[in-house]
Design a protein around this ligand. Structure first.
Ligand code: CA
Length: 457
């Protein structure tokens, strides 16, 4: 199955040498069953909050530390905010390390080895990466590293950026207007090149959905390639590709620096779509169930904080920090408030409802990991031939039941005192609607596949 995924993808190990010793000592401490250190030790770096949850025997975490990876895009905000605003510390997780990953391949490699070997215990993931890692489809030697999906980090906040050289060609949300232009490029031997940050996950899916909805076959009419998020601005400047699909703030930097324009926001393609997820190694969760819930409580509190419009300027300040995004506040803040300059004569967008959301959207809970949304990612994987059709017929349900731990989310939410109205009682979000009129009914994924004109299956 290894050949299903880009074999040329960087497998460079990104070792956290500084963290290795600390991780070992914490592990030993955990084994000896010592009580966690006072939560006060972790609040010194979090001057903005002095709150500490009242920890009981039921809620005191087994360990105070965890190593979480992130990629510097808006998706990571709940992890960064939970660390910086003291929400992890509040629940006893005083030594959470939120570590920037060089790219998605590095994140995958780091979770494969775990924090005990200098890697990470979990963190931020595109979908269905936790499934692909659990099944050994993108790991070294096809090793199966069981993972649990624990929460959705965000919705929206992603887009498709296009190089300035492509202005005036009709490249916009509705790609049927640019279909002839794209076909002409192919005929001329210079096919349109579009990049994503990792193959066969979210960003690849958004690009494929957008192109196919306009009658363009992503496998035969254009060239798709992988470019790490941090290199996209430079690569578009030098003309490595004409388009790319990635999380904010990178598309907006393209606009801000006059390199290109925004063709579409994912918020337009599929309003309140599932974006990236919080997932951890299953062995870590099984060993540290209370610490897992403590992490989740910290993330939930951060998500609620992030969704308050009045907090977004401070959020931009925190994320702009060199150890996180290293991007100026003036680039981050407008997008966090829903202001998008689209370019190429498309009207600008000024709508907070189109910005990244973290806790609640008009579709209900953002944070809750709906199993029906996992099923869409698996269905879309079948659509493009990344997973065999038998996935849907035989084992999707069992796979989702194994990987998706919405039960842990619910327990954590209850412990955190989240109102019952904000705790979904159904693992299905119901029927999903896309901008081109297509619908995905989780009760009948086959009908969705049948309705699509362009697909590989
Ligand atoms: Ca994303």
């Amino acid at each position: 199955m290894r050949n299903l995924f880009d074999p040329s993808y960087s497998r460079r190990k990104f070792l956290f040498t500084a963290g290795a010793t600390a991780a070992t000592s914490i592990l030993l401490k955990g084994c000896l069953g010592n009580p966690p250190e006072s939560t006060k030790s972790g609040t010194s770096s979090n001057p903005s909050t002095g709150t500490t949850a009242n920890l009981t025997a039921e809620t005191t975490p087994e360990t105070t530390s965890a190593k979480l990876g992130f990629i510097p895009i808006f998706e990571a905000a709940p992890l960064i905010i939970a660390k910086e605003k003291g929400f992890f510390a509040k629940y006893g997780m005083t030594e959470v390390d939120v570590s920037k990953q060089a790219n998605w391949g590095s994140a995958r490699d780091n979770v494969e080895i775990g924090s005990v070997a200098g890697g990470i215990d979990g963190g931020q993931w595109q979908m269905p990466m936790p499934y692909l890692i659990s099944e050994g489809l993108i790991t070294k030697n096809n090793a199966k590293i069981p993972m649990y999906v624990l929460a959705m980090l965000n919705t929206q906040g992603n887009g498709i950026a296009i190089a300035k050289s492509q202005e005036g060609k009709g490249i916009s949300l509705d790609m049927s207007k640019a279909k002839d232009y794209i076909a002409g490029l192919k005929k001329a031997g210079k096919p349109f090149r579009a990049a994503y940050t990792f193959p066969k996950v979210n960003q690849d899916f958004w690009l494929r959905y957008w192109l196919a909805a306009g009658g363009i076959n992503p496998d035969t009419d254009v060239n798709l390639l992988t470019v790490p998020a941090a290199q996209t601005v430079a690569n578009m400047k030098t003309g490595t590709m004409e388009g790319f699909s990635t999380g904010d703030p990178w598309p907006a930097r393209i606009v801000g620096e006059g390199i290109g324009f925004m063709a579409a926001l994912t918020a337009q393609i599929w309003p309140f779509h599932p974006e990236e997820y919080f997932a951890m190694r299953a062995d870590w969760v099984d060993k540290n169930p209370k610490a897992t819930k403590a992490l989740l409580k910290g993330i939930m509190e951060a998500q609620q904080w992030c969704d308050k419009k009045e907090n977004r300027p401070e959020m931009a300040q925190i994320l702009s920090n060199a150890k996180y995004y290293n991007v100026p506040v003036k680039i981050l803040e407008p997008m966090l408030l829903g202001t998008y300059i689209m370019g190429d004569n498309q009207p600008g967008i000024e709508d907070f409802q189109k910005a990244a959301m973290y806790w609640k959207s008009p579709r209900g809970s953002v944070s809750y990991p709906y199993k029906s949304l996992d099923l869409w990612f698996l269905t879309e994987s079948v659509r493009w031939g990344f997973l065999p059709p038998s996935t849907l017929e035989n084992n999707a349900k069992a796979l989702i039941a194994k990987v998706n731990r919405s039960d842990i989310w619910k327990e954590a939410a209850k412990e955190a005192g989240i109102p019952a109205a904000d705790i979904p009682t159904n693992d299905s979000r119901g029927v999903e609607k896309f901008f081109d009129g297509k619908v995905f009914d989780p009760e009948n994924p086959k009908a969705y596949l049948d309705s699509l004109a362009i697909k590989k299956v």
